[in-house]
Design a protein around this ligand. Structure first.
Ligand code: PGA
Length: 238
């Protein structure tokens, strides 16, 4: 695991944007695995600016998002589809955009459809990840065993609490979600994890402790040959 400690969040986003820029320079038709949450917002801002300046081009790239709440209307203000459109998809020129459908009637069929699309695209070249305070990646929550492919998952108390900040009073917060499985994330050729803020110091410490904690899904990345973790000083606890 390569670790890049940056002075602040903006520097992290810039370092992460450099990795995306280089990936697309080397392989314009890259399959990019994308994430939602607070952490990638600054990175997406950087990618949009670079796109506006003509420094990066997504016209041959394919986007696959990690997860989506279920059930949720696709046009709900808090759906990850809406998030991606607002922060990235409506502002740059991706050739393809894939997100699990939060309003599919049959979740098993929806996961199979998403998996087939990902397989047809040839798997992920560069996967962006955040980390939950409980160590989740995508919505793979701490568990005894982890599905390899997409599945419907029960959100942990920790994730529900963390994400409740996005839902206004009166909006129902989904307690389940569709997520890529650990195997699909692990199959990415390159993984970029972005970690920011003092609320992530504890889990970051656990990740770098030198032990494979099986109840910390992010720890599986310790076995992956090409992972870069970009983190700020607050998350690194320095
Ligand atoms: P956050 O979420 O960026 O909103 O902290 C990260 C995650 O849960 O993966």
């Amino acid at each position: 695991m390569k670790k890049i400690i940056c002075g602040n969040y903006e520097e992290c986003c810039s370092a992460a944007a450099d990795i995306f820029t280089e990936q697309l320079r080397q392989k314009p038709e890259s399959v990019l695995g994308l994430a939602t949450g607070s952490t990638p917002i600054g990175l997406y801002e950087q990618l949009v600016s670079r796109y506006d300046e003509g420094k990066i081009d997504f016209s041959r790239a394919k986007a696959f998002n990690l997860d989506e709440y279920y059930p949720i209307k696709q046009n709900h203000a808090q759906s990850y589809k809406t998030f991606m459109e607002e922060h990235l998809f409506d502002k740059v020129n991706f050739a393809q955009k894939h997100i699990p459908n939060g309003e599919a009637s049959d979740v098993v069929a929806e996961c199979a459809r998403f998996d087939a699309e990902l397989e047809a695209a040839g798997g992920i070249d560069l996967q962006l990840l955040g980390i939950g305070t409980n160590g989740h990646i995508g919505f793979n929550e701490p568990a005894v065993s982890y599905p390899l492919k997409s599945y419907m998952t029960q959100l942990s108390e920790d994730s529900l609490k963390s994400n409740s900040r996005f839902f206004t009073k009166g909006e129902t917060q989904p307690t389940t979600a569709l997520t890529m499985g650990i195997g699909q994330i692990f199959a990415a050729k390159q993984i970029l994890m972005l970690i920011s803020g003092a609320n992530k110091t504890e889990i970051t410490k656990k990740l770098f402790e030198g032990k494979l904690h099986t109840d910390v899904p992010a720890c599986f990345l310790l076995l992956h040959p090409n992972v870069t973790v970009v983190l700020d000083k607050a998350a690194a606890g320095v």
